[in-house]
Design a protein around this ligand. Sequence first.
Ligand code: CDP
Ligand code: MG
Length: 835
Amino acid sequence: VVLPLSLQRRVEGLLQEHLDRTLLSSGKLSESSDDGKPVNQTVDMKLDDPDSFLDGSVMEKVLQRRSLRMRNMQRAWLESPEGKKMLDLRKSLPAFKEKERLLQAIARNQVIVISGETGCGKTTQIPQYVLESEIESGRGAFCSIICTQPRRISAMSVAERVSSERGEPLGETVGYKVRLEGMKGKNTHLLFCTSGILLRRLLSDHKLEGITHVFVDEIHERGMNEDFLLIVLKDLLPRRQDLRLILMSATLNAELFSNYFGGAPTIHVPGFTYPVRAHFLEDVLEMTGYKLTSFNQIDDYGQDKMWKTHKQLVPRKRKNQITALVEDALNKSSYESYSPRVRDSLACWLPDCIGFNLIEAVLCHICRKERPGAVLVFMTGWEDISCLRDQLKAHPLLGDPNRVLLITCHGSMATSEQKLIFAKAALNVRKVVLATNMAEASITINDIVFVVDCGKAKETTYDALNNTPCLLPSWISQASARQRKGRAGRVQPGECYHLYPKCVYEAFAEFQLPELLRTPLNSLCLQIKSLQVGSIGDFLSAALQPPEPLAVQNAIDFLKMIGSLDEKENLTDLGKFLSMLPVDPKLGKMLVMGSIFRCFDPVLTIVSGLSVRDPFLLPQDKKDLAGTAKSRFSAKDYSDHMAVVRAYEGWKDAEREGSSYEYCWRNFLSAQTLQAIHSLRKQFSFILKDAGLLDDDVGTNNRLSHNQSLVRAIICSGLFPGIASVVHRETSMSFKTMDDGQVLLYANSVNARYQTITYPWLVFGEKVKVNAVFIRDSTGVSDSILMLFGGVLCPGVQAGHLKMLDGYIDFFMDPSLAECYMKIKQELDKLLQKK
Ligand code: CDP
Ligand code: MG
């Protein structure tokens, strides 16, 4: 189903325009001219271009006038009482002492690397110094500063902070842009955005026209996007001599980055933090009186989910042995002397056997015995956080809102929730924040005095050999542990409780492995291709630490398989389109297919759901009830994806009747997630509509939405090659994929509840290796669907292929699907003829 070339061009043109307008522009330079088209002033500013000279000089004047206005406003603020107060506060940050040195270094060097402890003022201050000094020198309107952040939430909160430090509303001089959301305007000259947004901009604007300064923040985290950005920027610098690149890192290993940029100067901002006392497990046990010696104790945790997961890894009969090891470790015998296998089981086991009850005991200890101050608990992920929250809420002391303010903090939080993290607790109420490792560096919560560190983070790793992403809670690095500890010393001396023995800490890796080396590279490779920088392999070999060739090859094979690269590794039309959509290529493809095949609405819900998270909640103590509630939405169609569609539609109905709260409660649904799905739906349909892929008439786009088989087929077209065969035995059922052999279904999949599944195949979006390989959401599909919609025979196929398929249609398809397939095909033929 190849889009006719003319339509494809239109799609590309429109999409480009739209992306320019909403996704890509920094906001600084785009203003509407009379004809409503965005004008890029930087183009006008190129005075050496004779064609634009006239306009350019006019524009120059406009910008000069604006610069003066900016300077006046800035001076007025700095002289106002609030401004002075704010400035005093800012002057107290360690970065301030280095201000002049930093500004000079930035002016004199194309690249510099800045290191400094978290909280010293790198993110909020240094880009602001540059902005202020440009404004003060009367060049304010000519500068355009971008500062990237690894996470949405930090981009948003930092932008808000900086604009309030300037006494301005957010979206004026300072703005932010994250995926599908942003606050910025034509006067924005300092933009905080995620690194993904800057990469996306680079796709269409290879030279970063008009940008004067790029700050890449938190490079020590070695996120995939940051590493990727560095390759692209390194390549760009010779062609943009005037562009300044500033790398910022929270740790001292600045040398690595400096060397990468040919010996760029490094500047360290000496920070001031109060001393933090570290308590390791042995002390913590003593302090809390918590005993970890008997089996009964461990059996308590048998109730706990983590333990169940690990039970398979550590059989019960080995419990003796393990407990001895734990005790041994506690007795400070050398952890490193264990064989890697033993160390592995111990690593998997230790914090989990200690589990939530110890955290609870530590929190009680702090609340009862310690001085005032907020507590930050580092956990592995959202699931753990919500389980622990539920457990703590039931506790007489910790669950009492008059004594404890319990706050959760994780990456996918809604904006309104994020503000809560910074909230001040009332007098005599202790603030306790349960957070993932995002609170490690990118978010600074000021009033923290106590840190509880479980020692683990959920880290995705990638098994290139089996082409499977793995998601395992694994030990953090020593650098992370130090970072976590440091969070307690922001306002006064603090305490850090590490829930693992000291000898285990000593065996931690020094730094974490870069993300580029531990994730599948599908999206990344697609983006590299659209940067038109030649071969993917060559490009990636220029990385700070290049990924394995096998991982690169897997990604290329995948992109070929879904039809976004052709045999010669060139982008197909579909590939071009997908590289521009802000979603995983698989999901982007599903959206395109849903629109072409006129069953857009359900597909839109499915894609939005898969990009947010599962709206079905799974409370630990009510798993069964929750599972039953979910299966009510599945109506024998063997599909988690369809269940989400039904749940969403039911929620919309309930909202209309004003009963959405009860609806969510009754069905174990998260209103917040449904709301997020709702807004994502709007955004995606806006993009596709703008791209010309949707008809103005909603009815037309959904003419075939009622056709379940078709929707199923579209799911398959997107999720292929995520496919498992259903193997029925006499009394049981098992599932197999080509690569992994046997796989298991997640417990809350509707398909896990059936005795038999009437489809021979399940398509799934994601598989994850925990102790075994698990597949998450799945949908049953027939042979014919797999034949027609799996793999390259979907979009990207030549029109000729469709003809070839005609013969098969009668043979394989169920009649309703065949009918609509033929209709679509006729329409496409018509379109092709018109062309
Ligand atoms: O980037 P770095 O970790 O060096 O520090 P920062 O994020 O610039 O934070 C500097 C200071 O600004 C912190 O100590 C906080 O006191 C304050 N800040 C804040 O109050 N609210 C924010 N959203 C961010 C920072
Ligand atoms: Mg920072």
